[in-house]
Ligand binder design. Sequence first.
Ligand SMILES: [Ca+2]
Ligand SMILES: [Ca+2]
Length: 491
Amino acid sequence: MKNISRRYFLKAAGLTAAAVTIPGCSYFLPDKSGERRQQPNILFIAIDDLNDWTGCLGGNLQAKTPNIDRLAKSGVLFTNAHCSAPACSPSRTSVLTGIAPATSGILDNGHHWRLSPGFKDAVTIPEHFRANGYYVSGGGKIFHCLSWSRTGEGADQNDFSIWDQYFPSGTKSIPDFTWSADAKIDQDDTVSWPPLANGPKEQRPPYYFDWAQMDYPDSQMPDYKVASWAISELKKNHKKPFFLAAGFSAPHIPWFVPKEYYDMYPLDQIQLPPVMENDLDDCPPVGKGCCRRDWHKWIVENNLWKNAVQAYLAGISFADAQVGRLLDALDKSKYAENTIIILWSDHGLHLGQKEHWGSSTLWEESTRVPLIVVAPGVTKPDSRCLRPVSLLDIYPTLTELCGHKRTAQLEGESLVPLLYNPIDSRTGPAVTTCGLDNAVRTERWRYIKYHDGTEELYDHNNDPNEFTNLADKPEYNDIKLKLSAWIPKNK
Ligand SMILES: [Ca+2]
Ligand SMILES: [Ca+2]
Protein backbone atom coordinates (compact mmCIF):
# COMPACT_ATOMS: atom_id res chain seq x y z
CA MET A 1 0.00 0.00 0.00
CA LYS A 2 1.34 3.39 -0.85
CA ASN A 3 1.78 5.34 2.34
CA ILE A 4 0.63 8.66 1.06
CA SER A 5 -2.97 9.19 1.26
CA ARG A 6 -4.47 7.33 4.17
CA ARG A 7 -3.60 10.16 6.48
CA TYR A 8 -4.74 12.58 3.86
CA PHE A 9 -8.06 10.84 3.46
CA LEU A 10 -8.70 10.68 7.17
CA LYS A 11 -7.81 14.30 7.52
CA ALA A 12 -9.89 15.26 4.53
CA ALA A 13 -12.83 13.33 5.84
CA GLY A 14 -12.48 14.99 9.23
CA LEU A 15 -11.94 11.60 10.79
CA THR A 16 -9.50 10.08 13.15
CA ALA A 17 -8.89 6.38 13.54
CA ALA A 18 -11.29 6.40 16.47
CA ALA A 19 -14.91 5.53 15.89
CA VAL A 20 -17.40 8.26 15.29
CA THR A 21 -19.88 7.26 17.95
CA ILE A 22 -23.51 8.21 17.83
CA PRO A 23 -25.31 7.94 21.16
CA GLY A 24 -27.87 5.19 21.07
CA CYS A 25 -26.68 3.63 17.85
CA SER A 26 -25.01 0.66 19.44
CA TYR A 27 -28.33 -1.00 19.99
CA PHE A 28 -26.81 -4.41 19.77
CA LEU A 29 -24.21 -3.75 22.43
CA PRO A 30 -24.64 -5.11 25.98
CA ASP A 31 -27.70 -3.61 27.63
CA LYS A 32 -27.89 -2.30 31.19
CA SER A 33 -28.07 -5.76 32.63
CA GLY A 34 -24.68 -6.40 31.09
CA GLU A 35 -25.96 -9.19 28.94
CA ARG A 36 -24.79 -9.14 25.39
CA ARG A 37 -27.76 -9.14 23.11
CA GLN A 38 -27.85 -10.98 19.84
CA GLN A 39 -25.73 -9.34 17.18
CA PRO A 40 -27.67 -8.52 14.02
CA ASN A 41 -27.29 -10.71 10.96
CA ILE A 42 -26.19 -9.12 7.72
CA LEU A 43 -27.53 -9.85 4.25
CA PHE A 44 -25.04 -8.34 1.81
CA ILE A 45 -26.30 -8.17 -1.78
CA ALA A 46 -23.91 -7.16 -4.56
CA ILE A 47 -25.05 -6.51 -8.12
CA ASP A 48 -22.69 -6.23 -11.08
CA ASP A 49 -22.68 -3.20 -13.40
CA LEU A 50 -26.08 -1.87 -12.36
CA ASN A 51 -26.20 1.88 -12.95
CA ASP A 52 -29.06 4.12 -11.85
CA TRP A 53 -31.57 2.40 -14.11
CA THR A 54 -33.86 1.32 -11.30
CA GLY A 55 -37.39 2.46 -10.55
CA CYS A 56 -36.33 4.04 -7.28
CA LEU A 57 -33.38 6.00 -8.72
CA GLY A 58 -35.19 6.92 -11.92
CA GLY A 59 -32.15 6.89 -14.20
CA ASN A 60 -34.28 5.22 -16.86
CA LEU A 61 -38.04 5.46 -16.50
CA GLN A 62 -38.56 2.23 -18.44
CA ALA A 63 -36.66 0.11 -15.91
CA LYS A 64 -38.80 -2.39 -14.02
CA THR A 65 -37.24 -3.22 -10.66
CA PRO A 66 -40.12 -3.79 -8.24
CA ASN A 67 -38.02 -5.74 -5.74
CA ILE A 68 -35.14 -3.30 -5.47
CA ASP A 69 -37.78 -0.57 -5.21
CA ARG A 70 -39.56 -2.31 -2.35
CA LEU A 71 -36.26 -2.77 -0.54
CA ALA A 72 -35.64 0.97 -0.97
CA LYS A 73 -39.11 1.63 0.44
CA SER A 74 -38.28 -0.32 3.57
CA GLY A 75 -35.13 1.59 4.48
CA VAL A 76 -32.75 4.31 3.30
CA LEU A 77 -32.09 4.80 -0.41
CA PHE A 78 -28.92 6.79 -1.10
CA THR A 79 -29.74 8.70 -4.27
CA ASN A 80 -26.26 10.16 -4.69
CA ALA A 81 -24.05 7.13 -4.03
CA HIS A 82 -20.92 6.56 -6.07
CA CYS A 83 -18.34 3.85 -6.51
CA SER A 84 -14.79 4.59 -5.43
CA ALA A 85 -13.56 3.16 -8.74
CA PRO A 86 -15.58 2.54 -11.93
CA ALA A 87 -14.41 -1.04 -12.58
CA CYS A 88 -15.09 -4.40 -10.93
CA SER A 89 -11.85 -5.22 -9.16
CA PRO A 90 -10.84 -1.82 -7.78
CA SER A 91 -14.41 -1.06 -6.70
CA ARG A 92 -15.01 -4.40 -5.00
CA THR A 93 -11.56 -4.38 -3.41
CA SER A 94 -12.24 -0.99 -1.86
CA VAL A 95 -15.72 -2.01 -0.66
CA LEU A 96 -14.46 -5.20 0.92
CA THR A 97 -11.33 -3.74 2.52
CA GLY A 98 -12.48 -0.19 3.23
CA ILE A 99 -9.28 1.07 1.59
CA ALA A 100 -9.52 3.65 -1.19
CA PRO A 101 -8.13 2.75 -4.64
CA ALA A 102 -5.81 5.77 -4.55
CA THR A 103 -4.28 4.40 -1.35
CA SER A 104 -4.03 0.76 -2.33
CA GLY A 105 -2.99 1.28 -5.91
CA ILE A 106 -5.52 -1.36 -7.03
CA LEU A 107 -6.76 0.52 -10.05
CA ASP A 108 -7.69 -2.01 -12.70
CA ASN A 109 -9.22 -5.44 -13.07
CA GLY A 110 -5.94 -7.14 -13.91
CA HIS A 111 -4.43 -6.27 -10.55
CA HIS A 112 -5.15 -9.05 -8.04
CA TRP A 113 -5.64 -7.29 -4.71
CA ARG A 114 -4.70 -10.22 -2.46
CA LEU A 115 -1.38 -10.65 -4.21
CA SER A 116 -0.53 -7.00 -3.67
CA PRO A 117 1.88 -6.42 -0.75
CA GLY A 118 -0.28 -3.60 0.60
CA PHE A 119 -3.04 -6.07 1.42
CA LYS A 120 -0.94 -8.46 3.47
CA ASP A 121 -2.52 -7.28 6.71
CA ALA A 122 -5.78 -5.93 5.34
CA VAL A 123 -8.88 -7.36 7.01
CA THR A 124 -11.83 -7.80 4.65
CA ILE A 125 -15.45 -7.42 5.73
CA PRO A 126 -16.03 -11.20 5.93
CA GLU A 127 -12.82 -11.64 7.94
CA HIS A 128 -13.84 -8.87 10.29
CA PHE A 129 -17.20 -10.45 11.03
CA ARG A 130 -15.75 -13.93 11.28
CA ALA A 131 -13.28 -12.64 13.87
CA ASN A 132 -16.23 -11.14 15.73
CA GLY A 133 -18.06 -14.42 16.08
CA TYR A 134 -20.07 -14.48 12.86
CA TYR A 135 -20.67 -17.35 10.51
CA VAL A 136 -19.67 -15.91 7.13
CA SER A 137 -20.82 -17.45 3.87
CA GLY A 138 -20.93 -16.17 0.33
CA GLY A 139 -21.98 -17.09 -3.17
CA GLY A 140 -21.56 -15.63 -6.64
CA LYS A 141 -19.61 -12.52 -7.58
CA ILE A 142 -18.50 -10.75 -4.42
CA PHE A 143 -14.82 -10.24 -5.18
CA HIS A 144 -13.92 -9.65 -8.79
CA CYS A 145 -14.20 -12.59 -11.15
CA LEU A 146 -15.21 -13.03 -14.76
CA SER A 147 -18.95 -12.55 -15.16
CA TRP A 148 -18.91 -13.98 -18.66
CA SER A 149 -16.79 -17.07 -18.24
CA ARG A 150 -18.47 -20.03 -19.92
CA THR A 151 -17.42 -22.42 -17.22
CA GLY A 152 -17.05 -20.24 -14.15
CA GLU A 153 -13.28 -20.65 -14.50
CA GLY A 154 -10.86 -17.85 -15.22
CA ALA A 155 -9.71 -14.82 -13.31
CA ASP A 156 -11.21 -15.11 -9.83
CA GLN A 157 -9.92 -12.80 -7.12
CA ASN A 158 -11.93 -14.36 -4.32
CA ASP A 159 -9.91 -15.35 -1.26
CA PHE A 160 -11.86 -18.48 -0.37
CA SER A 161 -9.95 -18.95 2.89
CA ILE A 162 -11.80 -16.05 4.50
CA TRP A 163 -15.25 -17.72 4.25
CA ASP A 164 -16.81 -20.45 6.34
CA GLN A 165 -18.60 -21.57 3.19
CA TYR A 166 -18.72 -20.51 -0.45
CA PHE A 167 -21.12 -21.34 -3.27
CA PRO A 168 -20.71 -22.97 -5.74
CA SER A 169 -17.42 -24.18 -4.25
CA GLY A 170 -14.31 -23.31 -2.33
CA THR A 171 -12.45 -22.66 -5.57
CA LYS A 172 -14.99 -20.98 -7.81
CA SER A 173 -17.19 -17.92 -7.32
CA ILE A 174 -19.76 -18.28 -10.10
CA PRO A 175 -21.78 -21.38 -11.05
CA ASP A 176 -21.28 -22.78 -14.52
CA PHE A 177 -22.64 -20.62 -17.25
CA THR A 178 -24.38 -21.85 -20.37
CA TRP A 179 -23.30 -19.80 -23.35
CA SER A 180 -26.12 -18.93 -25.68
CA ALA A 181 -26.42 -21.09 -28.77
CA ASP A 182 -27.37 -17.85 -30.49
CA ALA A 183 -24.19 -16.07 -29.42
CA LYS A 184 -23.53 -13.54 -32.09
CA ILE A 185 -19.77 -13.76 -31.82
CA ASP A 186 -18.07 -17.05 -31.11
CA GLN A 187 -15.57 -17.20 -28.29
CA ASP A 188 -12.61 -17.11 -30.65
CA ASP A 189 -14.16 -14.02 -32.22
CA THR A 190 -13.97 -15.50 -35.69
CA VAL A 191 -17.70 -15.49 -36.33
CA SER A 192 -19.06 -11.99 -36.55
CA TRP A 193 -22.53 -10.95 -35.68
CA PRO A 194 -24.45 -11.79 -38.82
CA PRO A 195 -25.10 -9.85 -40.91
CA LEU A 196 -22.62 -7.46 -39.38
CA ALA A 197 -19.34 -8.82 -40.62
CA ASN A 198 -18.27 -5.55 -42.08
CA GLY A 199 -15.54 -3.42 -40.61
CA PRO A 200 -12.19 -4.21 -39.04
CA LYS A 201 -12.39 -6.67 -36.15
CA GLU A 202 -10.55 -4.35 -33.78
CA GLN A 203 -13.30 -1.78 -34.21
CA ARG A 204 -16.01 -4.17 -33.12
CA PRO A 205 -16.89 -5.02 -29.53
CA PRO A 206 -15.27 -8.23 -28.24
CA TYR A 207 -17.15 -11.53 -28.24
CA TYR A 208 -18.41 -11.20 -24.68
CA PHE A 209 -20.18 -7.93 -25.50
CA ASP A 210 -23.21 -9.87 -26.58
CA TRP A 211 -26.82 -10.53 -25.77
CA ALA A 212 -29.47 -13.14 -26.49
CA GLN A 213 -32.97 -14.14 -25.41
CA MET A 214 -32.47 -17.48 -23.70
CA ASP A 215 -35.11 -20.15 -23.93
CA TYR A 216 -33.95 -21.65 -20.64
CA PRO A 217 -35.92 -21.49 -17.41
CA ASP A 218 -34.61 -19.03 -14.82
CA SER A 219 -33.35 -21.96 -12.78
CA GLN A 220 -30.54 -22.63 -15.24
CA MET A 221 -29.07 -19.17 -14.78
CA PRO A 222 -26.07 -18.82 -12.43
CA ASP A 223 -27.66 -15.94 -10.51
CA TYR A 224 -30.78 -18.01 -9.87
CA LYS A 225 -28.58 -20.72 -8.39
CA VAL A 226 -26.78 -18.18 -6.20
CA ALA A 227 -30.11 -16.85 -4.91
CA SER A 228 -31.36 -20.41 -4.26
CA TRP A 229 -28.23 -21.18 -2.30
CA ALA A 230 -28.58 -17.96 -0.25
CA ILE A 231 -32.22 -18.83 0.42
CA SER A 232 -31.11 -22.22 1.72
CA GLU A 233 -28.75 -20.40 4.08
CA LEU A 234 -31.69 -18.38 5.39
CA LYS A 235 -33.57 -21.60 6.15
CA LYS A 236 -30.81 -22.96 8.36
CA ASN A 237 -30.82 -22.81 12.12
CA HIS A 238 -27.84 -20.61 12.76
CA LYS A 239 -26.21 -20.76 16.17
CA LYS A 240 -24.11 -17.70 15.45
CA PRO A 241 -25.11 -14.40 13.86
CA PHE A 242 -24.46 -14.63 10.13
CA PHE A 243 -22.93 -12.49 7.43
CA LEU A 244 -24.46 -13.77 4.20
CA ALA A 245 -23.16 -12.39 0.89
CA ALA A 246 -24.95 -13.00 -2.42
CA GLY A 247 -23.36 -11.57 -5.55
CA PHE A 248 -25.35 -11.39 -8.79
CA SER A 249 -23.52 -11.18 -12.13
CA ALA A 250 -26.47 -9.67 -14.01
CA PRO A 251 -26.72 -7.16 -15.58
CA HIS A 252 -23.06 -7.54 -16.56
CA ILE A 253 -22.47 -8.49 -20.20
CA PRO A 254 -23.16 -10.81 -21.92
CA TRP A 255 -26.85 -10.13 -21.55
CA PHE A 256 -27.97 -13.73 -21.92
CA VAL A 257 -31.28 -13.56 -20.10
CA PRO A 258 -34.47 -15.68 -20.24
CA LYS A 259 -36.85 -14.44 -22.91
CA GLU A 260 -39.61 -13.40 -20.49
CA TYR A 261 -37.39 -10.57 -19.25
CA TYR A 262 -36.84 -9.30 -22.79
CA ASP A 263 -40.60 -9.47 -23.29
CA MET A 264 -40.99 -6.91 -20.50
CA TYR A 265 -39.36 -4.36 -22.82
CA PRO A 266 -40.83 -4.47 -26.35
CA LEU A 267 -38.19 -3.28 -28.78
CA ASP A 268 -40.47 -0.79 -30.49
CA GLN A 269 -41.07 0.98 -27.19
CA ILE A 270 -37.41 1.28 -26.15
CA GLN A 271 -36.27 4.82 -25.46
CA LEU A 272 -32.59 5.64 -25.89
CA PRO A 273 -30.80 7.48 -23.09
CA PRO A 274 -30.56 11.26 -23.51
CA VAL A 275 -27.49 12.24 -25.50
CA MET A 276 -26.18 15.43 -27.05
CA GLU A 277 -24.53 15.48 -30.43
CA ASN A 278 -20.81 16.27 -30.16
CA ASP A 279 -21.03 15.98 -26.37
CA LEU A 280 -17.35 15.05 -26.24
CA ASP A 281 -16.19 18.22 -27.99
CA ASP A 282 -15.75 20.07 -24.69
CA CYS A 283 -14.02 17.16 -22.92
CA PRO A 284 -10.24 17.00 -22.60
CA PRO A 285 -8.36 14.36 -24.64
CA VAL A 286 -7.88 12.07 -21.61
CA GLY A 287 -11.64 11.92 -21.05
CA LYS A 288 -12.35 11.34 -24.74
CA GLY A 289 -9.70 8.62 -24.73
CA CYS A 290 -11.74 6.62 -22.19
CA CYS A 291 -14.62 6.27 -24.64
CA ARG A 292 -15.16 3.30 -26.94
CA ARG A 293 -16.17 5.50 -29.84
CA ASP A 294 -15.47 2.72 -32.35
CA TRP A 295 -17.94 0.43 -30.59
CA HIS A 296 -20.50 3.19 -30.50
CA LYS A 297 -20.09 3.93 -34.18
CA TRP A 298 -20.42 0.24 -34.97
CA ILE A 299 -23.55 -0.15 -32.82
CA VAL A 300 -25.21 2.91 -34.34
CA GLU A 301 -24.30 1.97 -37.91
CA ASN A 302 -25.75 -1.48 -37.39
CA ASN A 303 -28.92 -0.12 -35.79
CA LEU A 304 -28.37 -2.07 -32.56
CA TRP A 305 -28.58 0.69 -29.93
CA LYS A 306 -32.18 -0.07 -28.95
CA ASN A 307 -31.46 -3.79 -28.91
CA ALA A 308 -28.58 -3.25 -26.50
CA VAL A 309 -30.70 -1.04 -24.22
CA GLN A 310 -33.43 -3.68 -24.26
CA ALA A 311 -30.91 -6.39 -23.38
CA TYR A 312 -29.44 -4.41 -20.47
CA LEU A 313 -32.93 -3.69 -19.12
CA ALA A 314 -33.75 -7.40 -19.36
CA GLY A 315 -30.59 -8.18 -17.36
CA ILE A 316 -31.58 -5.60 -14.74
CA SER A 317 -35.05 -7.10 -14.31
CA PHE A 318 -33.56 -10.57 -14.08
CA ALA A 319 -31.20 -9.45 -11.29
CA ASP A 320 -34.13 -7.71 -9.62
CA ALA A 321 -36.14 -10.94 -9.68
CA GLN A 322 -33.34 -12.74 -7.84
CA VAL A 323 -33.20 -9.95 -5.26
CA GLY A 324 -36.96 -10.43 -4.83
CA ARG A 325 -36.62 -14.15 -4.18
CA LEU A 326 -34.01 -13.44 -1.54
CA LEU A 327 -36.08 -10.74 0.17
CA ASP A 328 -39.15 -12.99 0.20
CA ALA A 329 -37.11 -15.74 1.82
CA LEU A 330 -35.76 -13.38 4.46
CA ASP A 331 -39.27 -12.11 5.19
CA LYS A 332 -40.46 -15.66 5.75
CA SER A 333 -37.47 -16.62 7.88
CA LYS A 334 -37.00 -16.23 11.59
CA TYR A 335 -34.25 -13.71 10.88
CA ALA A 336 -36.51 -11.04 9.36
CA GLU A 337 -36.49 -8.80 12.42
CA ASN A 338 -32.80 -8.97 13.21
CA THR A 339 -31.05 -8.73 9.86
CA ILE A 340 -29.40 -5.70 8.31
CA ILE A 341 -29.81 -5.65 4.54
CA ILE A 342 -27.39 -3.79 2.31
CA LEU A 343 -27.64 -3.73 -1.47
CA TRP A 344 -25.08 -2.13 -3.77
CA SER A 345 -23.71 -2.30 -7.30
CA ASP A 346 -19.98 -2.10 -7.99
CA HIS A 347 -20.24 0.70 -10.61
CA GLY A 348 -22.50 2.05 -13.30
CA LEU A 349 -22.52 1.71 -17.08
CA HIS A 350 -22.70 3.86 -20.20
CA LEU A 351 -25.04 2.73 -22.96
CA GLY A 352 -24.00 5.16 -25.65
CA GLN A 353 -23.88 8.33 -23.56
CA LYS A 354 -20.75 10.26 -24.53
CA GLU A 355 -20.27 7.69 -27.32
CA HIS A 356 -19.23 5.13 -24.74
CA TRP A 357 -20.20 1.57 -23.82
CA GLY A 358 -19.03 0.19 -20.50
CA SER A 359 -17.69 1.88 -17.38
CA SER A 360 -14.13 3.10 -16.55
CA THR A 361 -15.00 6.76 -16.96
CA LEU A 362 -15.48 9.47 -14.34
CA TRP A 363 -18.92 10.62 -15.45
CA GLU A 364 -22.22 10.06 -13.66
CA GLU A 365 -23.13 7.04 -15.82
CA SER A 366 -20.08 5.14 -14.54
CA THR A 367 -20.01 6.27 -10.92
CA ARG A 368 -23.63 6.49 -9.73
CA VAL A 369 -24.92 3.28 -8.20
CA PRO A 370 -27.84 2.01 -6.15
CA LEU A 371 -27.07 1.82 -2.43
CA ILE A 372 -29.79 0.78 -0.01
CA VAL A 373 -29.53 0.05 3.70
CA VAL A 374 -32.23 -1.43 5.91
CA ALA A 375 -31.20 -1.66 9.55
CA PRO A 376 -33.92 -2.72 12.03
CA GLY A 377 -34.24 -0.20 14.83
CA VAL A 378 -32.18 2.39 12.96
CA THR A 379 -33.60 3.15 9.52
CA LYS A 380 -37.12 4.36 8.86
CA PRO A 381 -39.13 3.10 5.88
CA ASP A 382 -39.19 5.12 2.67
CA SER A 383 -36.22 7.31 3.57
CA ARG A 384 -34.06 8.98 0.95
CA CYS A 385 -30.65 10.46 1.48
CA LEU A 386 -29.41 13.01 -1.07
CA ARG A 387 -25.93 13.40 0.43
CA PRO A 388 -23.00 12.29 -1.73
CA VAL A 389 -21.72 9.02 -0.32
CA SER A 390 -19.24 6.39 -1.41
CA LEU A 391 -19.27 2.61 -1.48
CA LEU A 392 -16.12 2.98 0.60
CA ASP A 393 -18.51 3.89 3.42
CA ILE A 394 -20.10 0.43 3.52
CA TYR A 395 -17.47 -1.25 5.70
CA PRO A 396 -17.39 1.35 8.51
CA THR A 397 -21.19 1.51 8.39
CA LEU A 398 -21.64 -2.21 8.94
CA THR A 399 -19.11 -2.38 11.74
CA GLU A 400 -20.62 0.61 13.53
CA LEU A 401 -24.13 -0.79 13.18
CA CYS A 402 -22.90 -3.90 14.95
CA GLY A 403 -21.24 -1.92 17.71
CA HIS A 404 -17.70 -2.82 16.69
CA LYS A 405 -14.81 -0.43 17.05
CA ARG A 406 -13.64 1.30 13.92
CA THR A 407 -10.30 -0.01 12.73
CA ALA A 408 -7.48 2.20 11.46
CA GLN A 409 -7.58 0.55 8.03
CA LEU A 410 -10.92 2.09 7.11
CA GLU A 411 -10.96 5.25 5.01
CA GLY A 412 -14.67 5.70 4.43
CA GLU A 413 -17.12 7.66 6.55
CA SER A 414 -19.76 5.69 8.41
CA LEU A 415 -23.27 6.23 7.07
CA VAL A 416 -24.86 5.54 10.47
CA PRO A 417 -25.66 9.22 11.20
CA LEU A 418 -27.43 9.38 7.81
CA LEU A 419 -29.27 6.14 8.49
CA TYR A 420 -30.76 7.76 11.58
CA ASN A 421 -31.29 11.09 9.92
CA PRO A 422 -30.93 11.23 6.13
CA ILE A 423 -30.57 15.02 6.17
CA ASP A 424 -27.76 14.99 8.69
CA SER A 425 -24.58 16.77 7.64
CA ARG A 426 -21.84 15.04 5.74
CA THR A 427 -18.15 15.86 5.91
CA GLY A 428 -16.93 15.12 2.46
CA PRO A 429 -17.94 14.50 -1.14
CA ALA A 430 -17.80 11.16 -2.95
CA VAL A 431 -14.42 10.63 -4.60
CA THR A 432 -13.99 8.24 -7.54
CA THR A 433 -10.59 7.17 -8.85
CA CYS A 434 -10.15 5.81 -12.36
CA GLY A 435 -6.52 4.91 -12.99
CA LEU A 436 -4.57 8.12 -12.50
CA ASP A 437 -7.63 10.34 -12.80
CA ASN A 438 -10.17 11.39 -10.18
CA ALA A 439 -13.65 12.83 -9.78
CA VAL A 440 -15.29 14.61 -6.87
CA ARG A 441 -19.09 14.59 -6.55
CA THR A 442 -20.94 16.89 -4.18
CA GLU A 443 -24.69 17.38 -4.09
CA ARG A 444 -24.42 19.95 -6.84
CA TRP A 445 -21.13 19.50 -8.66
CA ARG A 446 -19.05 16.95 -10.47
CA TYR A 447 -15.41 17.95 -10.80
CA ILE A 448 -12.99 15.78 -12.77
CA LYS A 449 -9.24 16.22 -12.73
CA TYR A 450 -7.19 14.13 -15.12
CA HIS A 451 -3.57 13.24 -14.50
CA ASP A 452 -2.36 15.79 -17.06
CA GLY A 453 -4.08 18.59 -15.16
CA THR A 454 -7.05 18.97 -17.53
CA GLU A 455 -10.47 19.34 -15.92
CA GLU A 456 -14.21 19.06 -16.27
CA LEU A 457 -16.89 20.66 -14.14
CA TYR A 458 -20.63 19.98 -14.31
CA ASP A 459 -23.47 21.69 -12.47
CA HIS A 460 -26.12 19.09 -11.66
CA ASN A 461 -28.59 21.79 -10.69
CA ASN A 462 -28.80 22.79 -14.34
CA ASP A 463 -27.19 19.97 -16.25
CA PRO A 464 -28.05 16.50 -14.88
CA ASN A 465 -26.74 14.82 -18.04
CA GLU A 466 -23.31 16.46 -17.75
CA PHE A 467 -23.47 17.90 -21.25
CA THR A 468 -21.73 21.22 -20.62
CA ASN A 469 -18.22 21.32 -19.24
CA LEU A 470 -17.81 24.55 -17.26
CA ALA A 471 -14.16 24.04 -16.29
CA ASP A 472 -12.79 26.67 -18.67
CA LYS A 473 -15.03 29.45 -17.39
CA PRO A 474 -13.15 31.74 -14.99
CA GLU A 475 -16.24 32.37 -12.84
CA TYR A 476 -15.98 28.78 -11.59
CA ASN A 477 -12.35 28.97 -10.50
CA ASP A 478 -13.26 29.22 -6.82
CA ILE A 479 -15.55 26.20 -7.05
CA LYS A 480 -12.87 24.19 -8.81
CA LEU A 481 -10.27 25.16 -6.22
CA LYS A 482 -12.53 24.08 -3.39
CA LEU A 483 -13.37 20.77 -5.03
CA SER A 484 -9.80 20.03 -6.06
CA ALA A 485 -8.82 19.87 -2.37
CA TRP A 486 -10.49 16.45 -2.29
CA ILE A 487 -8.45 14.98 -5.14
CA PRO A 488 -6.05 12.34 -3.73
CA LYS A 489 -2.65 13.95 -3.53
CA ASN A 490 -0.59 11.05 -4.80
CA LYS A 491 -1.70 11.71 -8.32
CA1 LIG B 1 -18.74 -4.68 -12.43
CA1 LIG C 1 -20.12 18.02 -23.49
